[in-house]
Ligand binder design. Sequence first.
Ligand code: THU
Length: 160
Amino acid sequence: MKKINIPTTFYAYNTTTDLPLEIQSLMQKAANVRQQAYAPYSKFQVGAAILLKNGQVVLGSNQENAAYPSGLCAERTAIFAAGANFPNQEITAICISASSILKDTLEPIPPCGACRQSLLEYENKQAKPIPIYFMGKSGQIIQSPSVKNLIPFTFKEDSL
Ligand code: THU
């Protein structure tokens, strides 16, 4: 038996004003679109904003359904919209903001496992890391320099 160490590095920012200006603006868009989430069941609203190389921004929020598994997370709503509408545009960064309607969520909320897998596909497709910034309603922001950085072992095209 051999121990395998997979080092990961994340960056923490205390407040949004510490973020680079372009990312500050992207995070603001994620926070705004979060409030348009359709989350009547969980009352948990998530907003995702994707910055493309051409400067366009693609937004997504979680969309729930009475048949619970038919709903979709904000990150996948946004990344699939980007893939569908701008298939050849490189993704420069993704910001995520999440909070419950019932209480202010102050800790950073990372993308769920299924969203990580979906985001990974597009990172691999463009062969360039996509930095992900995630936060709650306010407070600390965590930056992961890539999607892969959030997944120690990845299932990808070569795995098939
Ligand atoms: N949700 C997201 O939008 N993104 C995540 O990464 C985790 C969870 C949504 C799905 C559901 O509408 C609500 O948050 C509660 O799980």
